[in-house]
Design a protein around this ligand. Structure first.
Ligand code: HAM
Length: 414
């Protein structure tokens, strides 16, 4: 990834970090590769990710390693290993970095992509789900993602989901002829995924399938209603869809996705949900968890084009041999105080140097000529106003005095 794309990335990442920190989340950094078993156990053996999309390889000692396809499993593993999941206080962690899935690449879908995600471990109340969703929406707003649409569902829990799964499998078996070969395999292995197939026939067939909303137990129903009540009260707009299932098996109760406008087929900019039971499944205490991740590439696409803000504040132009040392010193002195500064290589005409300053979008140009320097002067040109300022040098005309003179003019920060 090259500039300016890389710079936009970094800018969005740092905005998201600020939002995470405002919600009092602290960063966790987990390894790029983990034992394969971790993902199989947490994401689910029968998910597309685990069945088809993982980059898995044998280490030299024969153990199987996998490039992380997502962050939640690693974060929970790390928290369990460090004994953090046991504490009285909820654990609030965020992460960002590359993830790997061997999907068919297309617009918005890559084999290496980047997520920013958050995990809240140790809270099972609906307010925690609402906080997570609010955090997700605030992240998207801070990143400038436009036309986003939040969709919520409840997937039930260990009590009420199994009967729903069975009902869905029954429905699938009874309507096999209307399903694609892939979905026919899913009937017994992972019937919830029948609701997520993009094939037109499958969609039509599944339109008449039973809905999870008819199967939720009282606790799940109350939990979901409370999440919605809190979100609505705090002005977060959403719709609900009983067809929203996620591509990872660890979810219970609340699941959510945010769709971005104008992104085509790969339109989920972020998603997440509650995963009570995952911490215990990975060897920790029986504590609840909820989290989300956004796909940075998609968030940036949803934000649309913005002008690059990579412009030098000052462009330093030495004219003549003698001026190049002073120019080098001036540039270094400005840079050391954080002023973004570009130094023109010597030996060009003033005309071509000014053209370059213009092209780079520099705010100011400093022109250092041999004769001027000897006379203890230099010129600062305000590129926007097309106005020149004379800079007087007090001492020998070194870079730091010049930098000082520029700062006294109030031209640059630092
Ligand atoms: P996920 O929905 O699989 O959830 O991924 C989250 C986001 O990552 C997606 O909404 C999408 O924006 C982005 N994404 C996924 N695959 C690709 C790809 N191949 N290319 C580009 N972007 C992609 C999770 O990963 C869960 N770990 C989220 C979570 C955290 N749930 C609880 N805590």
């Amino acid at each position: 990834m090259l500039p300016p794309a890389s710079e936009r990335f970094t800018a969005v990442e740092s905005r998201l970090r600020e939002v995470m920190e405002a919600y009092n989340y602290a960063e966790v950094r987990t390894p790029i590769a983990e034992r394969t078993e971790l993902f199989a156990r947490s994401i689910g053996e029968t998910t597309d990710i685990v069945e088809k999309e993982m980059y898995t390889f044998d280490d030299r000692d024969g153990s199987s390693l996998t490039l992380r396809p997502e962050g939640t499993a690693s974060v929970v593993r790390a928290a369990v290993e460090a004994g953090l999941a046991q504490r009285d206080q909820a654990l609030k962690l965020y992460y960002l970095g590359p993830m790997f899935r061997r999907e068919r690449p297309q617009k918005g879908r890559y084999r290496q992509f980047h997520q920013v995600g958050a995990e809240l471990i140790g809270r099972d109340d609906p307010m925690a789900d609402a906080e997570m969703i609010a955090l997700l929406m605030d992240c998207l707003e801070a990143a400038g993602a436009k036309d986003v649409e939040l969709v919520l569902n409840s997937l039930g829990d260990r009590a009420c989901r199994p009967p729903y799964r069975a009902a869905l499998a029954d429905y699938g078996r009874a309507h096999q002829d209307g399903l694609c070969p892939n979905c026919r395999l899913r009937i017994d292995r992972n019937p919830l995924r029948l609701l997520d197939c993009k094939e037109e026939d499958c969609r039509r067939t599944m339109a008449g399938a039973p809905s999870i909303s008819e199967y939720l137990c009282d606790e799940c129903r109350a939990h979901f209603a409370e999440v919605q009540r809190v979100l609505a009260a705090s002005g977060v707009r959403f719709t609900t869809s009983a067809r929203l299932v996620r591509g990872l098996d660890y979810y219970v109760r609340t699941a959510f996705e945010v769709l971005g406008g104008g992104l085509g087929a790969q339109n989920a900019v972020g998603g997440g949900g509650r995963y009570d039971g995952l911490v215990a499944a990975l060897g920790g205490p029986p504590v609840a968890g909820v989290g989300f991740a956004v796909g940075l590439e998609r968030v940036i696409m949803a934000a649309g084009e913005t002008a690059s803000d990579h412009h030098p504040e000052v462009f330093v132009i030495p004219l003549g041999e003698g001026a190049s040392l002073a120019a080098f010193e001036l540039a270094r002195s400005l840079r050391r105080t954080g002023v973004r500064c570009e130094l023109e290589a010597g030996g060009r005409s003033i005309k071509s140097a000014m053209r370059r300053a213009d092209k780079l979008g520099a705010r100011y140009a400093v022109i250092l000529g041999d004769e001027e320097l000897q006379a203890g002067r230099a010129t600062l040109r305000d590129m926007r106003r097309q106005a020149d300022h004379r800079l007087a040098l007090r001492l020998g005309g070194g870079g730091s005095e010049l930098a000082e003179a520029i700062r006294e003019l109030g031209a640059v920060g630092g």
